[in-house]
Design a binder for this molecule. Structure first.
Ligand code: ADP
Length: 401
């Protein structure tokens, strides 16, 4: 079965086509600047040259049509006809409390995604446009939705409630939902396989550290706490996001600087984190390069970033009363040798011992970076959210047949 995985944003649409007989990727690509007269389409058939063009793509229906044209194209295509695409899986940011698992798209599911617009105003409307566009272009093809929040629905109320008036939870759904769930689920499963131990027997902390970053405490295979909250702003310090701060800072600064709600939100989401402290960049490579050249602010940004990752690992080890496995993933977690070293060197008391050679080795495979005698195992596991979306879609479509 061939499955198309789609991540639809408001002005972009990323895709991957999987052949589920061996879980291989046949092609991937993206449409950017949807809605403008100069949309950019990049199509990468595996094993062939990348195709790139600029054309007018005014809406998501045209974007999906363009993707299907490319996938079935005589020269650049990877399938002979669109009927070979038997199912489509979508990444959906917010599943609220309704979606504890992935689901097949029905009228009711679409209504629920719409009800959740309030909680993910930038993402869920775009995802729904993606679903509707596929209905238009590939009528009758089953679609599934896989939520970033679903994996964290196992959190107990002690983790997901905030100590504020509970009426806000009942009226507006103010609670911790957590994000990056598809990634945390994928890498925790993969780490257990690499260690050849049942996931259900392990206390694990997964650190998804990219532009956005979150840590998750996973006990017996279930998320019991995660650092992102009602929105992806809480928790770790990130590229441009503040992560945890004293909430009283917000009204204080709004008052002093005469900021509007939008300005305050933009300050915390787009102008904070590593970018604010380094005064240079939100990109970990640029910050570490500057640090190595002696830039003091870059060093401060790096040190604060590492310190906050360590604090969360310590907190989650306490929450689980122990730790067996620590996993690093995403852009920074998979690639930054110095970040992993700095984090792990401060956690020897937990029973973590870094193998410097393993840590420095370059590989795209999941691997251990702790020493053989380290009590707690540390791993780098490249994440693959698209594969998990394809797998869930495959399972749901097969179940329904
Ligand atoms: P997103 O959250 O947007 O998916 P990614 O997971 O791709 O982001 O992570 C992007 C981050 O990964 C950037 O800060 C980038 O600097 C960092 N990164 C990528 N490659 C490296 C590398 N070789 N060394 C250090 N950091 C890296």
């Amino acid at each position: 079965m061939k499955i198309l995985v789609i991540n639809a944003g408001s002005s972009s649409l990323k895709y991957q086509l999987y052949d589920m007989s061996d879980e291989s990727v046949l092609a991937s690509g993206r449409v950017e600047r949807i809605g403008m007269d100069s949309s950019i389409v990049t199509h990468e058939p595996v094993g062939a040259l990348e195709v790139r063009d600029v054309s007018e793509i005014l809406d998501h229906v045209s974007a999906v049509k363009r993707v299907i044209d490319l996938l079935t194209h005589k020269e650049y295509g990877v399938v002979t006809s669109m009927s070979e695409i038997e199912a489509v899986g979508h990444r959906i940011v917010h599943g609220g409390e309704v979606f504890k698992n992935s689901a097949l798209v029905t009228m009711e599911v679409k209504k629920e995604i719409k009800r959740l617009f309030d909680l993910a105003p930038l993402h869920n409307p775009a995802h729904l446009m993606g679903i509707t566009a596929v209905e238009n272009v590939l009528p009758g093809v089953p679609q599934a939705v896989v939520f970033d929040t679903a994996f964290h629905q196992t959190m107990p109320d002690t983790s997901y409630l905030y100590p504020i008036p509970t009426v806000l939870y009942r009226r507006h759904g103010v609670r911790r939902y957590g994000f990056h769930g598809t990634s945390h689920a994928y890498v925790s499963d993969k780490a257990a396989r690499v260690l050849n131990k049942p996931l259900e027997s392990l206390k694990m902390i997964t650190c998804h550290i990219g532009n956005g970053a979150s840590c998750t405490a996973i006990k017996d295979g279930k998320s019991i706490d995660t650092s992102m909250g009602m929105t992806p702003l809480e928790g770790l310090m990130m590229g441009t996001r503040s992560g945890d701060i004293d909430p009283a800072i917000v009204p204080f600064v709004m008052n002093k600087e005469e900021l509007t709600l939008n300005e305050a939100s933009s300050m915390l989401n787009k102008h904070s984190g590593m970018l604010a402290i380094s005064g240079l960049s939100s990109d970990m490579r640029e910050v570490t390069d500057a640090m190595n050249e002696g830039d003091k602010n870059a060093k401060l940004a790096f040190d604060m970033y590492v310190y906050r990752v360590k604090k969360y690992i310590g907190a989650y080890a306490a929450a689980m009363n122990g730790l067996d496995v620590l996993v690093f993933t995403a852009g920074v977690g998979e690639n930054s040798v110095v970040l992993r070293k700095a984090v792990m060197e401060g956690l020897t008391f937990l029973g973590l011992e870094l193998d410097e050679k393993r840590n420095a080795a370059r590989s795209k495979e999941a691997r251990q970076i702790s020493t053989d005698r380290s009590k707690v195992k540390a791993l780098v596991v490249p994440t693959n959210e698209e594969l998990l979306i394809a797998r869930d879609t495959y399972a749901l479509v097969n179940e329904a047949q």
